[in-house]
Ligand binder design. Sequence first.
Ligand SMILES: [Zn+2]
Length: 305
Amino acid sequence: MNCKLCGKEAEGGEISGREAYGMKCRTCGQYVITPEAYHSELKVAGYLLSAATRLAWDNGRRIEIQTEGQEQIASMVRRPSNLFEAIDNVIRTLYDGLERMDQRFVLDEEILYPIWVACDPNELGYWLNKAAELGYLELEGGSGYVEQFLPTLSGWARAVHLRETTPLGNQAFVAMWFDDSMDDVWANGIKPALERAGYSPMMLKAAQHNDNINDKIMAEIRRSSLVVADFTGQRGGCYFEAGFALGLGIPVVWCCKIEEKEKLHFDTKAYSHIFYSNPANLKELLYDRVQATVPLKKQPPQSTT
Ligand SMILES: [Zn+2]
């Protein structure tokens, strides 16, 4: 069976017990598609669906493609709006993934292009070669769609700059009291609610005794597109972090255990808080609040024509 999304040869077969094909493509990852969708024309550009299925699969999820709802799946991915944004996305992923600082990048453009929402391997090849022109990579050789590059000083500088200044897209920073009594609130309330809403939650309890924790906290808030602040325990740090995020224009969701409602600081009491009685309760309320007020930044799909 050929992959419906990229057209290349792929493994595929009927899933037992239901009318759907399970597909396994080197480029698009694993996904499920209904026979009806498989045998009719796609409603959106295939590369957008390739990117959505690939990114989901790399995160351990299989997307199901039906005849309806393809636009919504495509809208989960963000197509770079210009060449510099495309190059920055690639540079950031490549350098962030390095184990050794002098490690060679061996890039098979045919398999990798959906990761950065390129239209095809040729477009990714163009981005990589323009990145090399800017000095962010050093072309070392290659053949066909497999090219080799070395990291460069400019590339490192760009990657470090990007890491420090741009939001990760789906990171949500969680400001809360680092007390063992809050472990349950984190594990069974905040974390699952944010993950369900599509965010990757970041909490720094493990690093709390590090001297540079304040620098680290501010760097992580800068990289986040949402901050969840829980004021249970009335920690000054949480107020500081929420204020810092507000100043940067990052949306803040305010939470507090119901029994501490009256202890909240006068200056911030006016913000609409989620008051919860237990972690399960918080999980539901927080998910609803995040869905309702701060949808993930998404861009409408763009046509290839
Ligand atoms: Zn494919």
